[in-house]
Design a binder for this molecule. Structure first.
Ligand code: BTN
Length: 269
């Protein structure tokens, strides 16, 4: 591994992050062996992928206080104002790249938020965290090529405080502090997320996917059994979201039978 101690441009961790992480290494498993911080990046996923291409080990974590071009799923932008959220990317090198890793990450974030704050989110397939109708957090997993060693960059963004939101995002988003009405420590949240992620990732790596899927179903229960629609090559399809299958696809009951949605997103009707 020829990763520099501090990649060019990274800064020392803010003291609260450094001390939370140092206090918690015992429960972070292989995650957070190396944690890098930037006051501002275009995208933590882009930088983590560049580090992974340079052989950064599994568990390398890239953090930014703000992102200028945070990436969301489906080509969207993740609005990332300074100090208002947790913007994190983790280098993973799973035995097999599967969508179970991203489902497991959704479960881990829901567990972490609940553990730290008592707030129960609902998972919307595949791994968005919602509080009622508003989105609290999202996950973007980007797989590297075989030539780059089959890594997965697991990026997540959690809204911690309201920050400044573009108008189109405003009504559809929420943050922990808006929901709870009190301050939430970003460093404590990071450690809780990495700890839960470490445990759930370990489940996937060691064939305990049934437990991950069972947990996903519990967190997703408020949003299952509801009418949904999604885009297909032939137009908009409609049905009722029922369950996930063993590889993480969403099983939807349609007028014509059963469909499994494996990519993209579903919308509530
Ligand atoms: C989504 O719900 O669309 C996924 C959002 C993922 C955002 C995070 S923030 C940290 C990491 N870096 C990125 O550029 N994106 C992810």
């Amino acid at each position: 591994m020829n990763l520099p101690d501090s990649p060019i441009g990274s800064h020392p961790l803010p003291p609260d992050f450094a001390s939370e992480i140092a206090r918690s290494t015992g429960r972070l498993g292989t995650l957070a062996r190396a944690v890098y911080w930037w006051p501002e990046l275009d995208s933590t996923n882009r930088v983590a992928a560049a580090l992974a291409d340079e052989d950064a080990p599994e568990g390398t974590v890239v953090l930014a206080d703000a992102q200028t071009a945070g990436r969301g799923r489906l080509g969207r932008t993740w609005h990332s104002p300074a100090g208002a959220g947790l913007y994190v990317s983790v280098v993973l090198r799973p035995a097999a790249v599967s969508s179970l890793v991203t489902l497991a990450a959704g479960v881990a974030l829901a567990e972490a938020v609940h553990e730290l704050t008592g707030l129960r989110c609902a998972l919307k397939w595949p791994n968005d965290l919602y509080v009622g109708p508003r989105k609290l957090a999202g996950i973007l997993a980007e797989a590297g090529s075989a030539a780059a060693g089959n890594h997965v960059i697991l990026g997540f963004g959690i809204n911690v405080s309201a920050g400044s939101r573009p108008q189109d995002v405003g009504a559809r988003a929420t943050s922990l502090e808006e929901e709870l009405g009190r301050p939430v420590s970003r460093s404590a949240l990071l450690v809780e997320c990495l700890s839960a992620l470490s445990a759930r990732y370990d489940d996937v790596q060691h064939g305990r996917s049934a437990g991950v899927l069972a947990a996903w179903r519990e967190w997703a229960a408020p949003l299952l059994k509801r009418p949904v629609e999604w885009d297909t090559a032939g137009g908009v399809a409609r049905g009722v979201a029922e369950d996930v299958d063993a590889s993480g696809g969403l099983i939807v009951r349609t007028p014509g039978g059963t469909a499994v949605v494996v990519a993209g997103e579903v919308r509530w009707r």
